[in-house]
Design a protein around this ligand. Structure first.
Ligand code: AHM
Ligand code: MG
Length: 329
């Protein structure tokens, strides 16, 4: 395997890391670097909102408004506004697709990149003080800049991502991303307002012991999934862990070794998770860290999307565990 040339000094600030490694980007024009900085900046604002989420009712009761004079809004809507604003101001993005918007948002015809984003994932955990996350995918547009956005710019396969990442708002806030040269994780230092490299060249253990699946709807899982889940339970060394926030479950499994599954069930015949702004980004990171992501049969990054909000069954995590799960399908 080609040796990664990315400089990995623990403690280096994100901005400097991006600058030092700019030549690693497929298109080293500096715009992708700026785009990553815009995302990091918006995430700091969202992090601030997430951290004071518990106070919103108290402040709301006092009739307070935020600094912009806006009414207090639900956190996921607020996060969508923060990221959209940051990406609009940056000017590098031609179009954005988001879990929060029905159709794509046309931002700037001169922009070279298309972004797919879930601004705040883990909706059931937002109001209860449990870890949540932001997930993003970056694509290069296919049509020439200056022309109207076309469907081919939007509906790209995951294998065409030029970068992807996530922000985990957990006991610490972390930003983890890849540009196709390995995966690096940065931890946020809130008093300095800066991300610092804490997890250089992240590798997912090839084997693991953790299986993460919501077994609530297990009665309506496909037979193969039922069998695989039973296989996991029969393995005495395996343990079950499920937060219900994709980023948090994925991140834990990436560090400790494990598999995350969201299969089809009777409520969600194609699974629950969205291909374009949940699964593709994490699939790219998993593969870059030595793991694997599939819908049970097809590599996630090879699925051709046909609609923005398309759902897919999702199996992601340690290579051997995902291979085993796939063998049941
Ligand atoms: P959301 O986009 O409404 O937040 O749904 C996605 C979330 C994932 O973060 C999580 O893994 C999954 O839904 C949990 O679903 P469930 O509550 O059905 O287990
Ligand atoms: Mg989501």
């Amino acid at each position: 395997m080609e040796q990664s040339r990315i400089a990995h000094s623990i403690g280096i600030a994100l901005d400097r890391f991006i600058k030092n490694n700019q030549e690693q980007f497929q298109y080293a024009s500096g715009e992708l670097s700026q785009l990553l900085r815009d995302i990091a900046l918006a995430s700091k604002v969202v992090n601030r909102e997430v951290n004071k989420a518990g106070l919103i009712d108290i402040m709301g009761a006092l009739g307070s408004q935020n600094s912009g004079g806006d009414e207090q809004q639900k956190l996921d809507v607020l996060a969508n506004i923060r990221f959209t604003r940051a990406l609009t101001k940056g000017g590098e993005v031609c179009a954005l697709i988001s879990e929060e918007s029905e159709s794509f948002v046309d931002l700037n015809n001169e922009g070279k990149y298309m972004i797919a984003i879930d601004p705040l994932d883990g909706s059931s955990n937002i109001d209860v003080n449990v870890s949540i996350g932001t997930i993003f995918s970056i694509y290069r547009r296919k049509s020439p800049t200056g022309t109207p956005i076309r469907e081919e710019d939007i509906l790209q396969k995951g294998s065409e991502q030029v970068a992807s990442g996530y922000i985990l708002y957990g006991s610490s806030t972390m930003l983890v991303y890849t540009t196709g040269h390995g995966v690096n994780g940065f931890t946020y230092e809130p008093t300095l307002g800066e991300y610092f490299l804490s997890h250089p060249d992240l590798k997912m253990p090839e084997e693991g012991k953790i299986f993460s699946v919501n077994e609530g709807p297990a009665n309506s899982f496909p037979a193969a999934v039922k069998q695989y889940v039973q296989y996991c339970k029969d393995k005495e060394t395996y343990i079950a862990r499920y937060i219900g926030s994709l980023v948090a479950d994925f991140h834990r499994n990436m560090l400790k070794g494990g598999i995350y599954i969201y299969p089809a069930n009777s409520h969600n015949p194609k699974g629950k998770l969205r291909l374009m702004y949940e699964c593709n980004a994490l699939a790219f990171i998993a593969e870059q860290a030595g793991g694997k992501a599939t819908d049970g049969k097809i590599r996630i990054l090879d699925i051709q999307p046909t609609t923005l909000h398309q759902r897919t069954p999702f199996y992601v995590g340690s290579l051997r565990m995902v291979e085993k799960a796939e063998s049941f399908c």
